[in-house]
Design a protein around this ligand. Structure first.
Ligand SMILES: Cc1ncc(C[n+]2csc(CCOP(=O)(O)OP(=O)(O)O)c2C)c(N)n1
Length: 637
């Protein structure tokens, strides 16, 4: 059969197709998605679930004039294939290739950049208001999952949209899944809507029945407002959304193009806010993904035949955290664990199984997670909140206002700190040191290896004040995690190797980089001391004072932005201590870092070990002369 996908260069090309052709196209798209993601890794299950929905949206709406806003954006692969990016699709998530999320810089069809969840309705309202004020004529459609619907911003936006009455469409893509199974009362509400196709009919029947009751009949709906509300909540589909001012349509089968196309065409001409409830299956069309949508939510390279992942699992920081939590909870009944829809990503799955009554998945609600933890700490529990660095940005005020201002002993396990790789700029965790180290009462630390992470977690429980421990994605340094835990006093760094010519002061992953750079320099006769700062707040002022008294050349290394980061903290401390060393700060420059493998990004930013060693010599040429000409060349390929 001739490939249809090969003939699609823009959405205009699908508008001529009939349903059968669209169905064939859907099958070809699925094949492409599976093939490319099996090689590059990516968000497969969500994308497979919206193939027909995406086709129908592009069939009915006129993009890029009409605006499609993909919430989170991880499900936008089909959209990319249909909007002129088919030939580049093989480069998905690769360095300098297509992004895994919508990017306005990448295509005029991407109406808004997304990556963090629950933003699409707010952005859509903004666009719809701009359209009306500028007297333009286009449609705005926000496509949001039932998982993303649990985020607080969505409620703020729904509340506002209903009040404004602005014309826009919200497509609720309901697959019952967040990354894991969706949680919350709203999720239960949606499942009622899903499971009872007789709702519409029942409502009519019930109203008819009420009309017939003598005495109360005709007036009941008017007179007994409360009764009506109760009845309505029970029987009108989508009453919750209707009450908020939306016209609710659905639920409809999101894999059936024959329903999707006419219903979307109808909503296209409706005034005011409309919510179309679409039911889909995560992973649709690929058995392994349907069977295990959590694993195939964000998956590494895999074997298409079996669905087995190709990379062997090395011991990660995340798993060290997960194991620590289980053993700590065994010893201390006050320990509770909180996640914002990332039970498995944060390593808390085993904890959840073992201690279900002490495990809380709040949905995609980072703010709520933090303030809830504050409440628990206030009452004597020991809450540990595990949130990725990038998503913790959402809860900044809650960290300050609800936790730190009351000096409550909440422990923040800040996973995915530093560069995260293929998910790119929306997901890199490169700001947390800057945004946390200025908060009074908060201790901020970063382990140099897996064992240090376990020791830091262990120690944090004794500090009796808020603590944030930030650690990177993926495998650690390959260090054994000892069974005996060491207590690390607050604000105590350590020297790893002595040296003569310069001091490397590393934080977290920066310690390993420093160590490897020092080995390269050592081979060339330059002797560098290496210290593991461990704390960015409080800094070890005593150790710093000793070291700054001995070293004029200091290199700080971190995987946070340089602005306001660890190196900046060291400069401030040096100034306070009355030292003025020559400081070379290595870290993330003042720009958003693209996607790509972490190693490739580090090399590209010249913050990998060979680049650091080379920079040291460029910065202090006298060290190069000391060691001979070869120094100027190392790091070159
Ligand atoms: C603020 C924020 N927190 C957490 C995440 C991680 N995350 C990405 S997708 C996702 C689940 C989204 O579920 P849903 O919206 O239903 O989409 P589906 O994948 O089921 O299609 C989560 C928790 C995120 N992107 N943003």
């Amino acid at each position: 059969m001739q490939s249809l996908l090969q003939s699609v260069n823009s959405p205009a090309d699908i508008k001529q197709m009939n349903i059968q052709q669209l169905e064939q196209l859907a099958a070809e798209i699925r094949e492409t998605l599976i093939q490319v993601v099996s090689e590059n890794g990516g968000h497969l299950a969500a994308s497979l679930g919206v193939v027909e929905l995406t086709l129908a949206l592009h069939y009915v709406f006129d993009t890029p004039g009409d605006k499609l806003i993909w919430d989170v954006g991880h499900q936008s692969y089909t959209h990319k294939l249909l909007t002129g990016r088919r030939e580049r699709f093989k480069s998905l998530r690769r360095f300098q290739g297509l992004s895994g999320f919508p990017r306005t810089e990448e295509s005029e069809y991407d109406a808004f950049n997304t990556g963090h969840s629950s933003t699409s309705i707010s952005a859509g309202i903004g666009m719809a208001l701009a359209r009306d004020l500028q007297e333009e004529d286009y449609r705005v459609v926000a496509i949001i999952g039932d998982g993303a619907l649990t985020g607080g911003m969505v409620f703020e936006a729904l509340n506002h949209a209903g009040h404004l009455g602005t014309t826009m469409t919200v497509v609720l893509n309901d697959n019952e899944m967040s990354i894991s199974r969706n949680v919350g009362a709203l999720s239960t509400y949606l499942s009622h809507l899903r499971s009872d196709p007789g709702y519409l009919w029942r409502k009519e029947e019930l109203e008819g029945m009420l009309q017939r009751i003598p005495g109360i009949g005709p007036n009941i709906l008017k007179a007994a407002g409360k009764v009506k509300d109760t009845v309505k909540y029970l029987v009108v589909p989508g009453a919750l959304f209707e009450e908020l001012g939306f016209t609710y349509i659905g639920p409809i089968d999101g894999h059936d193009l024959e329903s999707l196309i006419p219903v979307l065409t109808k909503t296209r001409n409706m005034k005011g806010p409309v919510l179309l409830h679409v039911i889909t299956k995560k992973g649709q069309g690929y058995e392994p993904a349907v069977r295990d949508p959590g694993v195939f939510h964000g998956v590494g390279p895999f074997d298409v035949e079996t669905g087995a992942q190709l990379k062997k699992k090395a011991r990660t920081y995340t798993s060290v955290f997960g194991d620590f939590m289980v053993s700590r909870a065994e010893q201390d009944v006050r320990v509770v664990a909180i996640t914002a829809a990332m039970a498995s990503g944060t390593g808390l799955a085993a904890f959840a199984q073992r201690f279900p009554e002490r495990f809380f998945d709040v949905g995609i609600c980072e703010q709520h997670a933090v303030t809830m933890a504050a409440g628990m700490a206030r009452m004597g529990l020991c809450p540990v909140v595990a949130i990725y660095s990038t998503f913790l940005q959402r809860a900044y005020d809650q960290i300050i206002h609800d936790v730190c201002l009351q000096n409550l002993p909440v422990i923040f396990a800040v996973d995915r700190a530093g560069l995260v790789g293929e998910d790119g700029p929306t997901h890199h965790g490169v700001f947390d040191i800057s945004y946390l180290r200025n908060i009074p009462n908060l201790t901020v630390m970063a382990p140099a290896d897996e064992n240090e992470l376990a020791d830091m977690l262990h120690s944090a429980f004794s500090y009796q004040s808020p603590v944030a421990i930030r650690y990177p994605r993926g495998a650690g340094e390959g260090v054994e995690v000892k069974t005996r835990r060491n207590f690390i006093p607050s604000g105590r760094g350590r020297v790893l190797t002595e040296g003569r010519d310069l001091l490397f002061l590393g934080l977290g992953k920066g310690v390993g980089t420093a160590w490897r750079a020092s080995r390269i320099l050592e081979e060339q006769g330059v002797r560098a001391a290496v210290a593991d700062a461990r704390f960015v707040k409080p800094l070890d002022m005593q150790l710093l004072s000793q070291l700054l008294g001995r070293f004029k050349r200091v290199v700080t290394i971190e995987d946070n932005v340089l602005h306001g980061g660890f190196g900046a903290a060291v400069l401030e401390a040096a100034s306070e201590l009355g030292y003025s060393p020559q400081v070379l700060r290595i870290g993330i420059p003042d720009k958003f870092v693209e996607h790509g493998k972490v190693d490739v990004l580090l090399e590209n930013l010249q913050i990998d070990s060979p680049s650091v060693a080379r920079k040291v010599i460029e910065h202090w040429p006298e060290l190069g002369r000391l060691a001979g000409w070869r120094l100027l060349r190392f790091g070159e390929k």
